[in-house]
Design a protein around this ligand. Structure first.
Ligand SMILES: NC(=O)c1ccc[n+]([C@@H]2O[C@H](COP(=O)([O-])OP(=O)(O)OC[C@H]3O[C@@H](n4cnc5c(N)ncnc54)[C@H](O)[C@@H]3O)[C@@H](O)[C@H]2O)c1
Length: 318
């Protein structure tokens, strides 16, 4: 299997680590930063490129990972599937819904296997929760993404590159809630503009209320100014049901009279790559838990929340 990367920064290293565990070597890498491309190509003993089109035309690739910042998305994923490759795209899939939809159409036309890096869908606690809530009516889902953006990635704090914390980071939480509660119909968001704009040129704290198509309600709070334990967390409520999912693999709560206290091992980072390659080998998109088309819906929710931050109104999700 000939595997390549477009973008070999932080998260790509995580994906490459999983590929190494699976004994899947990388055949080629591309990064617009020539030094990064050369360094990683040297480390992996593979070809290095700075232009993804050149890489796609020269290499005969089966699989392409796209791991670039939101604003950098252009036609890389379209070009990859049109060159015949299956694609794994780091979240968020873009920062603009038109591009995401055009890409979704190109992927559908290509028939290639596609997955987006919403690793929380692949964690042990998510699997256990899906079993536990099956057939039950969930009335409410809550989540939070509390972190301190640091200097390692200056682009995180630039709205023009990241589209803000909701689109770039909290998207994991919105996607997780969608996985349990289904589609979101409308959102209402409030934000706080902190005085310290050295962290981000957008709201440092936000609260987003959600209305799901099922009638359930939800909320997601986020901050980029404070890192706390269990900063990435979700909670689900239903009749005689409360579950607390801490992303570090602890699931607790109760269902009916039964207490739930479960410690998983896998956070989903490794299993998402293992699952993707299994889907590619089997040529079976139904094995994928986070398809590109599904991820476009998570993008739509976070973009609607961004609109609501501006308008102050309830916004319908596109
Ligand atoms: N847990 C997760 O799922 C997770 C964690 C971190 C980042 N991410 C996502 O992964 C993506 C990348 O984030 P990162 O932390 O790796 O960023 P990064 O800045 O560490 O790396 C991005 C790399 O992409 C390169 N790049 C930019 N434009 C490019 C282009 N047009 N062609 C080729 N290379 C290009 C940059 O030079 C850089 O090396 C973002 O969308 C981010 O949200 C996901």
């Amino acid at each position: 299997m000939q595997i390549a990367f477009i973008g070999v920064g932080g998260i790509a290293q995580n994906y490459i680590g999983s590929l190494e565990k699976l004994n899947k070597p990388v055949a080629a890498v591309c990064d617009i930063n020539a030094q990064t491309a050369a360094r990683v190509a040297d480390e992996l003993n593979c070809s290095g490129y700075t232009d993804h089109r050149e890489m796609l035309s020269r290499e005969n690739l089966d699989v392409v990972f796209v791991a670039i910042p939101p604003a950098a998305h252009d036609t890389q994923t379209i070009d990859a599937v049109q060159a015949g490759a299956h694609v794994f795209v780091a979240k968020p899939v873009a920062m603009d819904l038109d591009l995401a939809r055009r890409t979704q159409e190109a992927i559908a036309a290509s028939g290639r296997i596609n997955q987006v890096g919403y690793m929380a869908r692949y964690s042990d606690i998510t699997e256990r929760t899906r079993e536990l809530v099956q057939g039950r009516d969930l009335g409410m889902g809550m989540g939070r993404f509390l972190t301190r953006m640091g200097p390692s990635h200056p682009w995180w704090g630039k709205f023009s590159v990241s589209a803000g914390q909701l689109v770039e980071q909290s998207t994991h939480v919105f996607d997780w809630l969608r996985y349990f509660l289904g589609e979101v119909e409308s959102v209402h968001a409030l934000g706080h503009d902190g005085p310290d704009n050295s962290i981000a040129d957008f709201e440092d704290s936000t609260a987003v209320n959600l209305r799901f198509a099922s009638g359930a309600v939800g909320s997601v709070v986020s901050t980029c100014s404070a890192r706390v334990k269990d900063g990435f967390m979700g909670e689900l409520c239903g009749r005689d049901l409360y579950l607390r999912l801490a992303m570090d693999t602890h699931l607790s709560g109760y269902i009916d009279q039964q207490e739930i206290d479960y410690h998983g091992q896998e956070r989903g980072y490794y299993r998402q790559i293992e699952g993707f390659l299994a889907a590619v080998e089997a040529q079976d998109q139904s094995l994928v838990r986070s398809s590109y088309a599904d991820a476009v819906n998570s993008l739509a929710v976070t973009l609607a929340a961004n609109r609501s931050l501006q308008s102050g109104q309830v916004e319908t999700v596109d």
